[in-house]
Design a protein around this ligand. Structure first.
Ligand code: NAD
Length: 303
């Protein structure tokens, strides 16, 4: 069993590192938030007071941080990872970042003699708790093989996506497809209502027809149709507008930097931005459905 440094014990980092502990690894967790440290300790995760202490003798170091600038800071600062890790320590970033930040992590790690694997995840907090996440790994094949062994304890699927940044590219494209699909489900669900269809009957039609999709199956935005939908709980977040806006924005940025035309993704992003501007960033991203109705009211949603 291994010793693992874990930086960032938030919604994802705490349950993921708890699963490494359950698999028999020694985890040394670090977070700047005392509340997150306390919550991690309550889960049986060992915690330390600095990144340097977390890295002491570590075989691997995971990061699970909110935004690209946090990842860059944690890697390059004087009290950060490159300053204190051994070059034998495998470096893995599970955060959702832009392709350029991931490329920077690879290049700057390699220039210092470190091995870095981009290791983003899909499956949300429920997948993190249930160790059923999908890991998308990008890096040199020997490093990816090492990374897969650690990821296994937290994952339902571990997929080697290719060389450096292939994992984060797969993650951004997958989530972009999700938000575009969600717009279709939002519009379809409300048009079905307006046309007088019974939502459960229409759901059962779409479910075995060409309108079927992951958000249709999982997030159908009408109450009383599918248990996992936020529509049953006043659109409290399962995947927040703010996180969706971040992920969709990173995909649109990747499109801009590669000269691609992504009008559907841009529209999805503008809808998420609109909800955020209305102060709804903490609600579920399936609330884009309220932008469909003539007066912005929505069955299952009380402002
Ligand atoms: P979170 O905000 O709950 O957790 C991030 C943690 O990082 C916080 O506890 C914060 O205090 C800590 N942190 C920030 N700066 C730090 C620093 N300098 N040193 C140490 N700790 C620091 O976020 P989350 O929901 O756990 O998401 C983490 C990452 O995973 C994000 O990049 C997110 O996009 C991605 N992700 C999240 C989900 C999800 O459903 N929540 C799903 C897939 C991917």
């Amino acid at each position: 069993m291994s010793t693992i440094a874990w930086i960032g014990l938030g919604h994802m980092g705490a349950p993921m590192s708890a699963n490494l502990v359950a698999a028999g690894h020694t985890v040394r967790g670090f977070d700047i938030s005392p509340d997150c440290i306390a919550a991690a300790e309550a889960r049986g995760i060992g915690t330390v007071g600095s990144i340097a202490e977390a890295l002491d003798g570590a075989d691997a170091c995971f990061t699970s941080l909110p935004m690209p600038q946090h990842v860059r800071g944690v890697y390059e600062s004087d009290d950060g990872i490159w300053a204190h890790a051994s070059t034998d320590t495998l470096l893995l970033d599970t955060s959702t970042v832009d392709v350029e930040t991931s490329r920077w992590c690879h290049d700057e790690s390699a220039a210092r003699g470190f091995h870095f694997v981009d290791s983003p995840i899909s499956g949300g907090t429920a997948g993190a708790e249930a160790h059923t996440l999908t890991f998308m790994l990008g890096g040199d094949s020997a490093d990816v093989e090492r990374a897969a062994v650690y990821a296994q304890a937290m994952a339902g699927s571990v997929i080697a996506c290719g060389g450096p940044t292939a994992g984060i590219a797969a993650k951004l494209v997958n989530n972009m497809m999700l938000f575009v699909s969600m717009m279709g489900v939002a519009e379809g669900s409300q048009l079905a209502e307006q046309l007088g269809l019974d939502p459960k009957v229409f759901y059962s039609v779409a479910n075995v027809s060409s309108g079927q999709s992951w958000p249709q199956r999982t997030w159908y935005p009408v109450p009383g149709v599918v248990d996992s939908a936020a529509a049953n709980r006043n659109f409290d977040a399962t995947f927040s507008v703010d996180l969706a806006r971040k992920d969709c924005g990173l995909a649109v940025k990747a499109g801009e930097s590669t000269g691609m035309h992504l009008p559907a993704a841009e529209l999805a992003l503008s809808q998420l931005e609109q909800l955020s501007a209305e102060g709804l960033g903490g609600k579920d991203c399936s609330l884009v459905t309220k932008l469909v109705t003539p007066d912005g009211t929505l069955r299952g949603y009380t402002p």
